[in-house]
Write a protein that binds this ligand. Structure first.
Ligand SMILES: C[S@@+](CC[C@H](N)C(=O)[O-])C[C@H]1O[C@@H](n2cnc3c(N)ncnc32)[C@H](O)[C@@H]1O
Length: 197
C-alpha cells in the first residue's frame, strides 16, 4: 500500500503557489527528502515544464515508486537514493526543493546538505525550503514550541531551526534570499537564488 502523509494534502496547495512563481523558469528540480512522494506527484502534474527528481534515504524509495508508478507522469523519473551525509548525484539541477526536512535532520546533517549543494546547483539555481522556522531565537507560535518539544523527545538531534542560522549557511554557498513567505499553520517557504546579489 502507498505511504500517505495527510500534511501533504494540507500544505501542497500553498507550496504550489510559491513554486508557480519561483520555479516558473526552472527545468530540472532535485527534491531532497521526498518522503512519501505525494508532493512530487502534485507539483510535477501542475508544473509539467519541470523534470522533478525525487530522492530519499533508501528505506523510503519503494513507497515513492508506488506513487510515481501510479501517477505515470513523464516528468517524474524514478527516485534516487540520497542521504545528505552520503554520496550526491553527479548531476546539475537549476532548482532544489525540500519540505519538512531541516527540523528532522540533526544540525550536522543540515550543514552537510548545504555544504554539498554547490556540487549539484547550476550557477543561477533556486532553492526552496518549506517548514517551520524560528526567528530571533523564538518560536513563532505556541504550537511550534510544542512541536519542537515533541521532535526532541523523538530524537534529541531534531528541532525547529533558526531562520538566521539557515540563511547563514545559504549565504556561505552564494545563495541570496529572495523570499520568505508565510504559510498556513505557522510554516514558511524560504526561497534563495544563486547569483542574485
Ligand atoms: C517529516 S519527513 C518530510 C517528508 C516530505 N518532504 C514531506 O513534506 O512530507 C522528513 C524526511 O526527511 C528525510 N531525511 C531525514 N534525514 C535525512 C538525510 N540525512 N538525508 C536525506 N533525507 C533525510 C526522512 O527520510 C523523511 O522522509
Amino acid at each position: 500500500m502507498k505511504p500517505y502523509a495527510d500534511a501533504c494534502d494540507r500544505n501542497r496547495g500553498p507550496i504550489l503557489e510559491v513554486l508557480r512563481q519561483h520555479f516558473a523558469d526552472r527545468h530540472r528540480v532535485l527534491e531532497i527528502g521526498s518522503g512519501t512522494g505525494q508532493h512530487a506527484v502534485h507539483f510535477a502534474a501542475a508544473l509539467p515544464q519541470l523534470t522533478w527528481q525525487t530522492s530519499e534515504c533508501e528505506p523510503s524509495l519503494a513507497g515513492i515508486r508506488l506513487w510515481l508508478d501510479e501517477a505515470g507522469l513523464p516528468n517524474l523519473p524514478q527516485p534516487i537514493a540520497l542521504d545528505v551525509t552520503g554520496a550526491w548525484p553527479n548531476a546539475r539541477f537549476d532548482a532544489v526543493f525540500t519540505a519538512n526536512t531541516l527540523h528532522i535532520m540533526g544540525w550536522s546533517e543540515v550543514r552537510a546538505l548545504f555544504a554539498a549543494l554547490p556540487k549539484v546547483l547550476t550557477s543561477d539555481a533556486v532553492l526552496a525550503v518549506y517548514g517551520p522556522f524560528n526567528y530571533d531565537g523564538r518560536f513563532t507560535s505556541p504550537s511550534n514550541a510544542a512541536f519542537d518539544e515533541w521532535l526532541k523527545q523523538r530524537s534529541a538531534r531534531s528541532g525547529i531551526r533558526d531562520f538566521a542560522a539557515v540563511d547563514e549557511l545559504a549565504r556561505s554557498i552564494g545563495l541570496a534570499l529572495v523570499e520568505d513567505r508565510a504559510m498556513p499553520a505557522n510554516n514558511r517557504t524560504l526561497v534563495w537564488r544563486r547569483g542574485a546579489a
